[in-house]
Design a protein around this ligand. Structure first.
Ligand code: FES
Length: 129
């Protein structure tokens, strides 16, 4: 299954304009994964949940939304990783995603992808496109 098109955050109702600097450290350590919520207090429908991960292929930003049921990967516990710290884990039904590509390697949405977000990464920050 082909990866979905890049998500442009400015297309979302509560999304930031293109060129907005996101609260993500572009130099975070390898193997770090963080989530963040944009747009609101994080409780209403317009909120945009994201996850950033420093993969073997550099910093990747995805919508924090499992392609299976649409829940955030870390719906129940803060960690985004599986127990071996190798794949991003969806806690709802156990799907495992390659952090470098967003491809689901195992689980109910095997072959599907997390949706990557269009950003520009530079030494001084991560900016929406
Ligand atoms: S919602 Fe993620 S595996 Fe089902």
């Amino acid at each position: 299954m082909a990866a979905p098109p890049l998500a442009y955050l400015s297309d979302f109702p509560a999304g930031p304009a293109a060129g907005t600097r996101l609260d993500i450290d572009p130099a975070m350590a390898a193997g770090t994964a963080v989530d963040l919520t944009l747009g609101t207090d994080g409780t209403d429908d317009d909120a945009i949940r994201l996850l950033a991960v420093m993969s073997t292929d550099g910093l990747k930003l995805y919508l924090n939304r499992c392609p299976h049921f649409g829940t955030a990967l870390n719906e129940f516990e803060p960690s985004l990783w599986d127990h071996r710290h190798r794949f991003l884990l969806c806690q709802t039904h156990g799907a495992l995603f390659d952090p470098a590509t967003g491809l689901c390697r195992r689980g109910p949405c095997k072959g599907d992808h997390l949706r990557a977000v269009a950003v520009r990464v530079s030494d001084d920050g991560v900016y929406t496109l």
